[in-house]
Design a protein around this ligand. Sequence first.
Ligand code: FAD
Length: 273
Amino acid sequence: MEVIQPTSLAEALDLLASADRPLTPVAGGTDVFVGWHGVDKDGLRLLDLSRLSELRRMRLTEDSLELGGLSTYWQVIESSEVTQAFPLLSESARLIGAIQIQTRGTWAGNIGNGSPAADGVVVMMAYDATVVLQSREGVCEIPLDEYYLDYKRSVRRADQLITAIRLPRRPRRVEWFEKVAARRVLAISKLGVAVVHDGHGWRVVANSVAPTVCRCRTLERALEEGRRFADPDEVLELLEPDISPISDIRSTEAYRRRVLSRILHFRFAEDGS
Ligand SMILES: Cc1cc2nc3c(=O)[nH]c(=O)nc-3n(C[C@H](O)[C@H](O)[C@H](O)COP(=O)(O)OP(=O)(O)OC[C@H]3O[C@@H](n4cnc5c(N)ncnc54)[C@H](O)[C@@H]3O)c2cc1C
């Protein structure tokens, strides 16, 4: 195994561009090292990003929040300005692992890992985030809801790094997040859902109910039309085209359908939406 420690973003991008064998970026390592025992370490080459201090920056302006490629959950929790501007970020961050994970784990790593259960991805997607990908060839920005191709597969090329995540700052009429897990902390989601309504419309985003974190677009369209729901089964009918939950060690597909539709029905009735 080889660990390479660039000291600048330019050096990291050069290394990725000229690599003849895959290089695995490591930010906080809280996902990479979980699978450590099962990994074939012989050919493994790790690109340690931790010295790229330029990626740690978090910038809140009137128009947007920019999370750097190394911004951690803790940075968000600690910032009252960011928490006020994007409350669901802090809410989800507080439910991710425990303090040790929150201080090491990054928002970009949560995206990069591509887990369908990712709690950070749900709220960032609900806030209409875009992912900034940088390589030696240049920079491109992709909506987070177009980033995943399938389970753990994304549009990111091997020579690109996630250098930032941008969240637009807009007035919102509705914003909430629910995580359902075996306990309140240190537990991976059985399912989660974040709902935002702003000037660009509704976004209903769920985790652990499809191969990737997903938008429930059929339900979103019904909400745009002003539909009200008499019972959870009406909500479930509108979720079905966009979700495909499975049964695994954390939950069953029936539970996931049932609880997701009930939470949404309850919250929509409560919010008067
Ligand atoms: C005990 C424990 C509890 C946890 N609880 C939760 C939880 O409740 N909810 C949850 O969602 N997650 C949880 N996680 C998972 C993990 O902490 C998060 O996904 C975290 O955000 C990963 O960030 P990281 O910086 O540690 O990523 P890393 O482990 O460094 O990287 C993760 C992946 O992203 C890639 N990557 C990282 N940074 C970049 C970048 N800048 N550009 C391109 N690719 C990149 C890496 O190559 C790797 O594939 C938990 C993990 C542990 C160990």
